[in-house]
Design a protein around this ligand. Structure first.
Ligand SMILES: Nc1nc2c(ncn2[C@@H]2O[C@H](COP(=O)(O)OP(=O)(O)OP(=O)(O)O)[C@@H](O)[C@H]2O)c(=O)[nH]1
Ligand SMILES: [Mg+2]
Length: 345
């Protein structure tokens, strides 16, 4: 199934039905009073988040989503039926923006909202009867609905995002710590769409990790798969910055680390004016050196020292392949995630 995370559609609420102009007609009352009923209310345009979707692919087929109009009022004071609501089922974390880019709704924070209210039904002539006007000949028209063009933008919801070069072992790591089964292979750009994995930890707690397609130098200019998937880790609490320490890639792990951080910076610069944007560069990063099964003790010690000297960071060293230090990494992540939560209570 294709993964679609941005799409433009037209949405609308229904018009209110018009009120009726009608007079009672019965055999014994030749000049019956006004009995025109009210029009029905137009349907609302409702957004509803569902955990069962993780793509906007269903919205490709149809570009217009309009609620039904209210029906006209009728004689005998009978009101028109209300128009049916239009309910858009959307993945949790979908953001709805108008054409100016303003956020109208964010389904990360709420499960349901009425985005456009349906128009009120018009009053029938029965409503306008007064002591001085016993036979009003007019009724109200229904109130109009609203219609607008919007973009739906999906930002997956995860607690931890894994960033790094293609082939760094991001998918291998997520497959080891969760039930996610992404494709793993010895060539770059194996992962083409984001994967989510639920990591179960003690005490019935769990957290969600996002594995996104690898970044390369120049990604902000569209090199490789570009930086388009970074939006899916915009809302994570922190990043695992996974570095291929093996040297098998013929690249320098320190340079890789710097290049990825530079791409994050470029992403922030390009998006800083967007409504609701959370910059990536000030997110806490845990630097994790992967594939240490291919290094000697001495090589690893030197690499750690180099990271410390050049960037003042203390990397955690693992092998996603053999599982070395994975348990320690999970304990470390869990502590940071849940301590942060407890502190913010
Ligand atoms: N020796 C060794 N190889 C590893 C380790 N982790 C991953 N690999 C290998 O590295 C290659 C790439 O792994 P992936 O998990 O597909 O890498 P990725 O970061 O998801 O790559 P993209 O999806 O292309 O961005 C595979 O051949 C893995 O078997 C490790 O700890 N040690
Ligand atoms: Mg991958």
């Amino acid at each position: 199934m294709r993964f679609i995370d941005e799409i433009r559609i037209v949405i609308g609420s229904g018009h209110g039905g018009p009120g009726a102009v009608s007079f009672r007609r019965e055999a014994m009352t030749p000049r019956g009073g006004p009995d025109g009923g009210d029009g029905g209310k137009g349907g609302d345009l409702i957004l509803r988040a569902t955990p069962h979707l993780n793509s906007l692919v269903d919205y490709r087929a149809n570009k217009k989503y309009i609620a039904k109009n209210g029906l006209p009022g009728e004689g005998a004071k009978s009101s028109g039926a209300n128009g049916a609501d239009m309910i858009l089922l959307l993945p949790k974390g979908t953001i709805v923006r108008n054409m100016e880019g303003q956020v109208l709704a964010d389904l990360a924070d709420m499960d349901e909202c009425v985005l456009l209210k349906g128009g009120r039904g018009g009053k029938g002539n029965h409503f306008f009867k007064t002591s001085v006007n016993q036979a009003p000949e007019h009724a109200q028209p229904g109130e109009g609905g609203e219609e607008m063009e919007v973009t739906l933008e999906l930002k997956l919801i995860a607690d931890v995002g894994i960033i790094g070069f293609p082939n760094a072992g991001k998918s291998t790591l997520i497959s080891r710590i969760s039930a996610a089964k992404p494709k793993i292979a010895d060539y770059p750009f194996t992962t083409l769409v984001p994967n989510l994995g639920v990591v179960k930890v003690a005490d019935f707690k769990s957290f969600i990790v996002a594995d996104i397609p690898g970044l390369v130098k120049g990604a902000h200019q569209g090199v490789g798969l570009g930086i388009q998937f970074l939006k899916h880790i915009e809302r994570t609490k922190f990043f695992i910055h996974l570095v291929d320490a093996s040297g098998l890639s013929q690249r320098d792990p320190l340079q890789d680390y710097e290049d990825i951080n530079n791409e994050l910076k470029m992403y922030d610069e390009a998006n800083q004016d967007k409504d609701g944007f959370f910059p990536l560069t000030n997110r806490t990063q845990f630097v994790v050196l992967n594939k240490i099964d291919t290094l000697s003790e001495a090589q690893l010690t030197k690499l750690k020292t180099d990271f410390q000297k050049r960037f003042n960071v203390k990397p955690i060293a693992i092998s996603a392949y053999t599982g070395k230090n994975i348990a320690e990494l999970m304990t470390f992540l869990t502590q940071n995630l849940f301590e942060q939560e407890e502190n913010s209570l």
